[in-house]
Design a protein around this ligand. Structure first.
Ligand code: TXA
Ligand code: MG
Length: 318
Protein backbone atom coordinates (compact mmCIF):
# COMPACT_ATOMS: atom_id res chain seq x y z
CA UNK A 1 0.00 0.00 0.00
CA UNK A 2 1.10 3.59 -0.56
CA UNK A 3 2.07 5.84 2.29
CA UNK A 4 -0.55 8.57 2.88
CA UNK A 5 0.41 11.92 4.36
CA UNK A 6 0.53 15.65 3.81
CA UNK A 7 4.31 16.00 3.66
CA UNK A 8 5.30 17.97 0.55
CA UNK A 9 9.02 17.15 1.03
CA UNK A 10 8.35 13.40 0.86
CA UNK A 11 6.23 13.88 -2.28
CA UNK A 12 8.98 16.00 -3.80
CA UNK A 13 11.66 13.40 -3.06
CA UNK A 14 9.70 10.59 -4.73
CA UNK A 15 8.98 12.75 -7.80
CA UNK A 16 12.66 13.66 -8.09
CA UNK A 17 13.41 9.92 -8.19
CA UNK A 18 10.97 9.57 -11.11
CA UNK A 19 8.40 7.79 -8.97
CA UNK A 20 4.64 8.31 -8.98
CA UNK A 21 2.85 10.40 -6.36
CA UNK A 22 -0.90 11.01 -6.09
CA UNK A 23 -1.67 14.70 -5.67
CA UNK A 24 -4.78 16.52 -4.47
CA UNK A 25 -6.41 19.10 -6.70
CA UNK A 26 -9.72 20.92 -6.42
CA UNK A 27 -11.18 18.78 -9.24
CA UNK A 28 -10.07 15.18 -8.62
CA UNK A 29 -6.89 13.51 -7.34
CA UNK A 30 -4.14 13.24 -9.95
CA UNK A 31 -1.49 10.58 -10.50
CA UNK A 32 1.65 12.67 -10.96
CA UNK A 33 5.12 12.25 -12.40
CA UNK A 34 7.84 14.48 -13.84
CA UNK A 35 6.27 15.66 -17.12
CA UNK A 36 9.65 16.28 -18.73
CA UNK A 37 10.91 12.72 -18.28
CA UNK A 38 9.33 10.11 -20.59
CA UNK A 39 10.47 7.25 -18.31
CA UNK A 40 8.59 8.74 -15.36
CA UNK A 41 5.58 9.52 -17.57
CA UNK A 42 5.50 5.95 -18.88
CA UNK A 43 4.95 4.75 -15.29
CA UNK A 44 1.67 6.68 -15.21
CA UNK A 45 0.32 4.84 -18.26
CA UNK A 46 1.47 1.55 -16.77
CA UNK A 47 -0.10 2.10 -13.33
CA UNK A 48 -3.42 3.26 -14.82
CA UNK A 49 -3.37 0.67 -17.61
CA UNK A 50 -4.12 3.63 -19.82
CA UNK A 51 -3.67 3.49 -23.60
CA UNK A 52 -0.88 5.76 -24.77
CA UNK A 53 -3.16 7.42 -27.34
CA UNK A 54 -4.77 9.26 -24.39
CA UNK A 55 -2.70 12.40 -23.62
CA UNK A 56 -1.92 13.79 -20.15
CA UNK A 57 -2.46 17.24 -18.66
CA UNK A 58 0.65 19.12 -17.51
CA UNK A 59 0.31 20.96 -14.19
CA UNK A 60 2.30 23.95 -13.05
CA UNK A 61 1.99 26.82 -10.58
CA UNK A 62 1.99 30.12 -12.48
CA UNK A 63 1.71 31.67 -15.93
CA UNK A 64 5.45 32.37 -16.21
CA UNK A 65 6.06 28.64 -15.95
CA UNK A 66 3.41 27.91 -18.59
CA UNK A 67 5.37 29.97 -21.16
CA UNK A 68 8.30 27.56 -20.76
CA UNK A 69 6.20 24.78 -22.28
CA UNK A 70 4.19 26.54 -25.01
CA UNK A 71 4.99 28.56 -28.12
CA UNK A 72 2.01 30.92 -28.04
CA UNK A 73 -1.35 31.61 -26.46
CA UNK A 74 -4.42 33.04 -28.18
CA UNK A 75 -5.60 36.29 -26.48
CA UNK A 76 -8.98 34.79 -25.52
CA UNK A 77 -7.28 31.81 -23.90
CA UNK A 78 -4.91 34.15 -22.08
CA UNK A 79 -7.93 35.98 -20.70
CA UNK A 80 -9.39 32.72 -19.46
CA UNK A 81 -6.05 31.81 -17.88
CA UNK A 82 -5.89 35.15 -16.10
CA UNK A 83 -9.43 34.93 -14.78
CA UNK A 84 -9.76 31.22 -13.94
CA UNK A 85 -6.27 30.00 -12.97
CA UNK A 86 -5.62 28.54 -10.52
CA UNK A 87 -8.80 26.56 -11.16
CA UNK A 88 -10.70 23.82 -13.00
CA UNK A 89 -9.62 24.92 -16.50
CA UNK A 90 -7.23 23.12 -18.88
CA UNK A 91 -5.99 24.95 -21.96
CA UNK A 92 -4.74 23.11 -25.05
CA UNK A 93 -1.77 25.16 -26.27
CA UNK A 94 0.89 24.61 -28.97
CA UNK A 95 3.74 22.81 -27.25
CA UNK A 96 7.46 23.34 -27.22
CA UNK A 97 9.65 20.32 -27.83
CA UNK A 98 10.65 20.20 -24.15
CA UNK A 99 7.28 18.45 -23.58
CA UNK A 100 7.77 14.77 -24.50
CA UNK A 101 5.54 13.34 -27.24
CA UNK A 102 4.39 10.65 -24.83
CA UNK A 103 2.68 13.34 -22.74
CA UNK A 104 0.63 14.63 -25.70
CA UNK A 105 0.26 11.28 -27.49
CA UNK A 106 2.10 12.84 -30.39
CA UNK A 107 -0.31 15.79 -30.72
CA UNK A 108 0.96 19.33 -31.34
CA UNK A 109 -0.89 20.82 -28.39
CA UNK A 110 -0.28 20.21 -24.72
CA UNK A 111 -3.00 20.41 -22.07
CA UNK A 112 -1.88 22.80 -19.31
CA UNK A 113 -3.50 23.56 -15.98
CA UNK A 114 -2.74 25.47 -12.79
CA UNK A 115 -4.67 23.60 -10.10
CA UNK A 116 -6.21 25.35 -7.13
CA UNK A 117 -4.93 23.42 -4.14
CA UNK A 118 -2.43 24.87 -1.64
CA UNK A 119 -0.49 21.63 -1.05
CA UNK A 120 -0.10 20.89 -4.73
CA UNK A 121 0.81 24.49 -5.58
CA UNK A 122 3.50 24.29 -2.90
CA UNK A 123 4.76 21.00 -4.32
CA UNK A 124 4.77 22.35 -7.89
CA UNK A 125 6.75 25.39 -6.82
CA UNK A 126 9.33 23.23 -5.05
CA UNK A 127 10.15 20.80 -7.86
CA UNK A 128 12.09 21.96 -10.90
CA UNK A 129 9.69 20.39 -13.43
CA UNK A 130 5.95 20.43 -14.20
CA UNK A 131 3.81 17.42 -13.29
CA UNK A 132 1.94 15.28 -15.79
CA UNK A 133 -1.15 14.00 -14.03
CA UNK A 134 -4.27 12.21 -15.20
CA UNK A 135 -7.01 11.42 -12.72
CA UNK A 136 -5.70 8.83 -10.24
CA UNK A 137 -8.00 5.95 -11.15
CA UNK A 138 -7.58 2.80 -13.22
CA UNK A 139 -8.42 3.65 -16.84
CA UNK A 140 -12.17 3.87 -17.42
CA UNK A 141 -13.20 3.79 -13.75
CA UNK A 142 -14.71 6.53 -11.56
CA UNK A 143 -12.33 9.41 -10.74
CA UNK A 144 -11.10 9.76 -7.12
CA UNK A 145 -12.17 12.68 -4.95
CA UNK A 146 -10.61 11.47 -1.67
CA UNK A 147 -7.15 10.11 -0.80
CA UNK A 148 -8.72 6.81 0.29
CA UNK A 149 -10.22 6.33 -3.20
CA UNK A 150 -6.70 6.42 -4.63
CA UNK A 151 -5.37 4.06 -1.97
CA UNK A 152 -8.09 1.48 -2.69
CA UNK A 153 -7.48 1.35 -6.40
CA UNK A 154 -3.88 2.25 -7.05
CA UNK A 155 -2.29 1.96 -3.60
CA UNK A 156 -0.10 -0.98 -4.58
CA UNK A 157 1.26 0.81 -7.63
CA UNK A 158 2.37 4.15 -6.23
CA UNK A 159 4.75 5.34 -3.54
CA UNK A 160 2.98 8.21 -1.85
CA UNK A 161 -0.45 9.82 -1.69
CA UNK A 162 -0.33 13.48 -0.77
CA UNK A 163 -3.54 13.86 1.22
CA UNK A 164 -5.15 17.25 0.72
CA UNK A 165 -8.63 16.29 1.93
CA UNK A 166 -11.78 15.98 -0.16
CA UNK A 167 -11.81 17.65 -3.59
CA UNK A 168 -13.89 20.81 -3.47
CA UNK A 169 -15.06 20.82 -7.12
CA UNK A 170 -15.39 17.07 -7.76
CA UNK A 171 -15.47 17.14 -11.58
CA UNK A 172 -12.42 17.19 -13.85
CA UNK A 173 -11.32 20.44 -15.44
CA UNK A 174 -13.09 21.96 -18.42
CA UNK A 175 -10.81 21.63 -21.48
CA UNK A 176 -10.63 24.61 -23.88
CA UNK A 177 -8.56 25.35 -26.97
CA UNK A 178 -8.47 27.39 -30.14
CA UNK A 179 -8.52 26.38 -33.82
CA UNK A 180 -8.37 28.93 -36.64
CA UNK A 181 -9.36 31.71 -34.28
CA UNK A 182 -12.39 29.88 -32.91
CA UNK A 183 -12.58 28.85 -29.26
CA UNK A 184 -13.73 25.31 -28.53
CA UNK A 185 -14.68 23.49 -25.36
CA UNK A 186 -13.55 19.86 -25.76
CA UNK A 187 -14.52 18.52 -22.35
CA UNK A 188 -17.25 19.81 -20.03
CA UNK A 189 -16.01 20.04 -16.48
CA UNK A 190 -15.76 21.91 -13.22
CA UNK A 191 -15.77 25.35 -14.86
CA UNK A 192 -19.23 26.01 -16.33
CA UNK A 193 -19.55 27.21 -19.93
CA UNK A 194 -21.63 30.21 -18.78
CA UNK A 195 -18.65 31.38 -16.72
CA UNK A 196 -16.33 31.05 -19.72
CA UNK A 197 -18.76 32.89 -22.01
CA UNK A 198 -19.06 35.76 -19.57
CA UNK A 199 -15.36 36.43 -20.09
CA UNK A 200 -14.77 35.74 -23.81
CA UNK A 201 -18.25 35.53 -25.37
CA UNK A 202 -19.79 32.60 -27.23
CA UNK A 203 -17.74 29.40 -27.54
CA UNK A 204 -18.35 26.22 -29.55
CA UNK A 205 -18.72 22.92 -27.77
CA UNK A 206 -17.07 20.00 -29.53
CA UNK A 207 -17.52 16.88 -27.44
CA UNK A 208 -16.92 13.49 -28.86
CA UNK A 209 -18.69 10.27 -28.30
CA UNK A 210 -16.02 7.84 -29.28
CA UNK A 211 -12.39 8.24 -29.99
CA UNK A 212 -11.49 11.65 -31.38
CA UNK A 213 -7.99 12.71 -32.36
CA UNK A 214 -8.48 16.09 -30.64
CA UNK A 215 -9.30 14.65 -27.24
CA UNK A 216 -8.67 10.94 -27.42
CA UNK A 217 -9.45 10.44 -23.75
CA UNK A 218 -13.05 11.50 -24.18
CA UNK A 219 -14.20 7.98 -24.76
CA UNK A 220 -17.83 7.01 -24.87
CA UNK A 221 -17.46 4.63 -21.94
CA UNK A 222 -15.58 6.20 -19.06
CA UNK A 223 -16.04 7.13 -15.40
CA UNK A 224 -17.93 3.85 -15.12
CA UNK A 225 -18.96 1.84 -12.07
CA UNK A 226 -18.49 -1.93 -12.25
CA UNK A 227 -22.17 -2.61 -11.48
CA UNK A 228 -24.82 -2.22 -14.21
CA UNK A 229 -25.64 1.49 -14.43
CA UNK A 230 -28.82 2.75 -16.12
CA UNK A 231 -29.98 6.28 -16.94
CA UNK A 232 -33.59 7.36 -17.46
CA UNK A 233 -36.86 7.96 -15.67
CA UNK A 234 -36.36 6.79 -12.08
CA UNK A 235 -39.90 5.51 -11.70
CA UNK A 236 -39.68 3.45 -14.89
CA UNK A 237 -36.25 2.08 -14.01
CA UNK A 238 -37.48 1.21 -10.53
CA UNK A 239 -40.32 -0.85 -12.05
CA UNK A 240 -38.06 -2.50 -14.58
CA UNK A 241 -35.53 -3.65 -11.96
CA UNK A 242 -38.01 -4.28 -9.13
CA UNK A 243 -36.65 -7.83 -8.73
CA UNK A 244 -33.15 -6.53 -7.97
CA UNK A 245 -31.58 -4.57 -5.12
CA UNK A 246 -31.48 -1.01 -6.51
CA UNK A 247 -29.19 1.91 -5.70
CA UNK A 248 -30.38 5.29 -6.99
CA UNK A 249 -28.55 8.56 -7.50
CA UNK A 250 -31.09 11.40 -7.28
CA UNK A 251 -31.00 15.20 -7.43
CA UNK A 252 -33.47 17.12 -5.20
CA UNK A 253 -36.99 15.80 -4.74
CA UNK A 254 -37.99 12.30 -5.90
CA UNK A 255 -40.77 9.77 -5.38
CA UNK A 256 -38.71 6.61 -4.84
CA UNK A 257 -39.36 4.59 -1.71
CA UNK A 258 -36.49 4.66 0.77
CA UNK A 259 -37.31 1.23 2.14
CA UNK A 260 -36.43 -0.90 -0.84
CA UNK A 261 -33.93 1.38 -2.57
CA UNK A 262 -30.58 2.70 -1.41
CA UNK A 263 -30.86 6.38 -2.28
CA UNK A 264 -27.99 8.85 -2.59
CA UNK A 265 -29.13 12.44 -3.05
CA UNK A 266 -26.55 14.55 -4.90
CA UNK A 267 -28.10 17.71 -3.48
CA UNK A 268 -31.38 17.95 -1.63
CA UNK A 269 -31.49 21.69 -2.36
CA UNK A 270 -30.62 21.17 -6.08
CA UNK A 271 -27.28 22.91 -5.81
CA UNK A 272 -25.10 21.94 -8.79
CA UNK A 273 -21.80 22.57 -7.02
CA UNK A 274 -22.79 20.30 -4.17
CA UNK A 275 -23.94 17.68 -6.69
CA UNK A 276 -20.58 17.84 -8.51
CA UNK A 277 -18.68 17.33 -5.26
CA UNK A 278 -20.81 14.28 -4.37
CA UNK A 279 -21.12 12.63 -7.79
CA UNK A 280 -18.05 10.38 -7.99
CA UNK A 281 -17.98 9.45 -4.34
CA UNK A 282 -21.67 8.45 -4.38
CA UNK A 283 -21.15 6.33 -7.50
CA UNK A 284 -18.29 4.59 -5.70
CA UNK A 285 -20.30 4.04 -2.53
CA UNK A 286 -23.09 2.41 -4.52
CA UNK A 287 -20.61 0.37 -6.54
CA UNK A 288 -19.10 -0.94 -3.29
CA UNK A 289 -22.47 -1.52 -1.57
CA UNK A 290 -24.70 -4.59 -1.87
CA UNK A 291 -26.94 -3.12 -4.60
CA UNK A 292 -27.16 -5.03 -7.88
CA UNK A 293 -28.00 -2.18 -10.24
CA UNK A 294 -27.53 1.58 -10.07
CA UNK A 295 -30.12 3.94 -11.58
CA UNK A 296 -30.02 7.67 -12.16
CA UNK A 297 -31.93 10.35 -14.07
CA UNK A 298 -30.38 13.26 -15.95
CA UNK A 299 -30.02 16.63 -14.22
CA UNK A 300 -31.39 19.80 -15.84
CA UNK A 301 -29.12 20.85 -18.72
CA UNK A 302 -27.81 24.07 -17.18
CA UNK A 303 -24.63 25.23 -15.43
CA UNK A 304 -22.60 22.35 -14.01
CA UNK A 305 -25.60 20.09 -14.73
CA UNK A 306 -24.24 19.82 -18.29
CA UNK A 307 -20.90 18.44 -17.12
CA UNK A 308 -22.51 16.12 -14.57
CA UNK A 309 -24.81 14.73 -17.30
CA UNK A 310 -21.79 14.24 -19.54
CA UNK A 311 -20.11 12.07 -16.87
CA UNK A 312 -23.32 10.15 -16.23
CA UNK A 313 -23.77 9.43 -19.94
CA UNK A 314 -20.23 8.12 -20.21
CA UNK A 315 -20.63 6.08 -17.02
CA UNK A 316 -23.69 4.48 -18.60
CA UNK A 317 -21.98 4.36 -22.02
CA UNK A 318 -24.95 5.97 -23.81
O1 TXA B 1 -9.17 18.08 -13.52
C1 TXA B 1 -8.42 17.46 -14.26
O2 TXA B 1 -8.27 17.78 -15.45
C2 TXA B 1 -7.68 16.26 -13.67
C3 TXA B 1 -6.72 16.76 -12.59
C4 TXA B 1 -5.86 15.68 -12.04
O3 TXA B 1 -5.97 17.83 -13.11
N1 TXA B 1 -7.00 15.54 -14.70
C5 TXA B 1 -7.67 14.77 -15.61
O4 TXA B 1 -6.81 14.09 -16.45
O5 TXA B 1 -8.86 14.68 -15.67
P1 TXA B 1 -7.29 12.87 -17.35
O6 TXA B 1 -6.04 12.35 -17.95
O7 TXA B 1 -8.09 11.92 -16.57
O8 TXA B 1 -8.12 13.50 -18.48
C6 TXA B 1 -7.46 14.40 -19.34
C7 TXA B 1 -8.05 14.38 -20.71
C8 TXA B 1 -7.51 13.31 -21.62
O9 TXA B 1 -8.23 12.13 -21.50
C9 TXA B 1 -7.69 13.95 -22.97
O10 TXA B 1 -9.00 13.74 -23.44
C10 TXA B 1 -7.53 15.41 -22.70
O11 TXA B 1 -7.60 15.58 -21.33
N2 TXA B 1 -6.22 15.92 -23.13
C11 TXA B 1 -5.09 16.05 -22.43
N3 TXA B 1 -4.10 16.53 -23.19
C12 TXA B 1 -4.62 16.71 -24.40
C13 TXA B 1 -4.08 17.15 -25.65
N4 TXA B 1 -2.82 17.51 -25.77
N5 TXA B 1 -4.91 17.19 -26.70
C14 TXA B 1 -6.20 16.81 -26.57
N6 TXA B 1 -6.76 16.37 -25.44
C15 TXA B 1 -5.98 16.32 -24.38
MG1 MG C 1 -9.59 10.62 -16.11
Amino acid sequence: MAEIGNNVSIAKAFLEQDQLVAIPTETVYGLAANALNPIAVAKIFEAKERPTFDPLIVHTYNLDQVYKFITEIHPSLLKLAEVFWPGPLTLLLPKKSIIPDLVTSGLDRVGVRIPNHPLTIELLSQVSFPLAAPSANPFGYISPTKAEHVQKQLGDKIQYILDGGDCTVGLESTIVGEENGEIFVYRLGGLAIDDIEQVIGKVSVQLNQSSNPKAPGQLKSHYAPVKPFYMGSLNELQKKYAHKKIGAVVFGGHSLSNESILIKNLSVSKNYREAAVNLFSFLRELDESNVEVIICDFLPEEGLGLAINDRLKRAAAI
